[in-house]
Design a protein around this ligand. Structure first.
Ligand code: HEM
Length: 321
């Protein structure tokens, strides 16, 4: 049962659990209550401290959780460093701009000092993403804990991450393969209310490499100019997804209504009549966006979770035991 409350500006979603959680046995809200009671506090404090000095890390931590869960499930496979025998997920082109690894390391180190070998890196990523969303002004929601860390991280698995040039139909299909509805795909795309994209992710929209040589017609011409100027600084130059890149709000959806989506995969959500209504709803109603986002994040955080002996608790999040 899901009970929403309004408390001041915050929208709190409480998931009241009876028995097993959404079919994932072994996970629970109070998983570390006895074994590591300060785990959640340590993660929250570490996240808040880091975001205070670098607010851009909120976006990084949210994206890290998404990229972790979509490949091999939420098992911290994204954190594994490559070795001479294994090219890991984090070295894939799709992951090279991920940020926030040091925040997870810092939280893990402090937790290990208090309760060694208890709290998984996968849970730390999930908690950190949640805390980052709240820090940026987004919804407060609770998540089940008890994920185990995976033992596989291979660069070739990352072809399953959605590329920026996907259209709505392709996104619906890919998210559908992970069990998400069309509405859940759109609300999760709302994660782009935080952060930036690099020029390399959108430059193909600025000049079409065909006979027309035109700018993408679904992109606002003034925004295209600003994006082109950014690209003068090179492929790694960053452009914000919306006008408040460090604030979790619904301005991303408003931007799509004005043809101001940065990636093809953003603007397609408004161009395609199948998803346009959902974009309009979230653009109009931030509370609805927050509520649906919270629910979809809890669901995403349960993707192919490894429980019991199917995984491990790493000592160092960057190395399989
Ligand atoms: C719908 C399919 C999606 C596609 C095609 C996509 C693609 C991308 C791309 C290309 C970037 C910019 C990377 C760069 O240029 O460095 C990006 C950034 C980002 N993505 Fe997504 N993404 C998708 C869904 C999501 C979801 C579901 C979330 C989280 C719930 C998310 C969170 C983020 C965040 C927060 C950033 C900014 C990162 C930063 O500034 O460090 N994305 N995404």
């Amino acid at each position: 049962m899901v009970i929403p409350h309004f408390i001041g500006a915050f929208f709190i979603v409480e998931l009241i659990i009876t028995g097993s959680i959404i079919g994932v046995d072994g996970l629970s809200m109070d998983y570390y209550l006895m074994s590591c009671p300060f785990a959640e506090t340590i993660v929250k404090n570490t996240v808040n401290r880091n975001l205070q000095s670098n607010p851009a890390l909120a976006a990084g931590l949210l994206r890290m959780h998404f990229h972790d869960c979509f490949i091999e499930g939420c098992d911290a496979s994204i954190l594994i460093d490559s070795t001479k025998d294994n090219k890991a997920e984090k070295d894939s082109p799709a992951n090279l701009s991920l940020r926030g690894y040091e925040v997870i390391d810092e939280a893990k180190e402090e937790i290990e000092n208090q309760c060694p070998g208890v709290v998984s890196c996968a849970d730390i990523i999930a908690m950190a993403a949640r805390d980052a969303v709240l820090w940026a002004g987004g919804p407060l929601y609770d998540i089940p804990k008890g994920r185990k860390d995976g033992r596989r991280s291979k660069i070739e698995d990352t072809f399953n991450l959605p590329p920026p040039f996907f259209n709505s139909t392709q996104l619906i299909k890919m998210f559908g393969q992970h069990g998400f509805s069309v509405q859940e795909m759109v609300v999760l795309s709302g994660g782009h209310t935080l952060g930036t994209a690099r020029c390399s992710s959108f430059k193909s929209r600025l000049r079409k490499f065909d006979a027309t040589n035109d700018v993408d017609p679904t992109l606002d011409q003034n925004l295209a100019k600003a994006m082109s100027q950014t690209c003068n600084a090179g492929d790694d130059a960053e452009f914000p997804f919306d006008s408040s890149k460090n604030a979790f709000d619904n301005l991303y959806f408003n931007a799509l209504q004005r043809k101001a989506g940065v990636l093809t995969s953003d603007q397609t959500l408004f161009t395609n009549p199948k998803t346009r209504g959902i974009v309009n709803a979230y653009a109009m109603n931030q509370a609805m966006f927050f509520f649906d986002f919270s629910q979809a994040m809890v669901k995403m955080g349960l993707l192919d979770v490894k429980e019991g002996d199917k995984g491990e608790v790493r000592e160092n999040c960057r190395r399989i035991k």
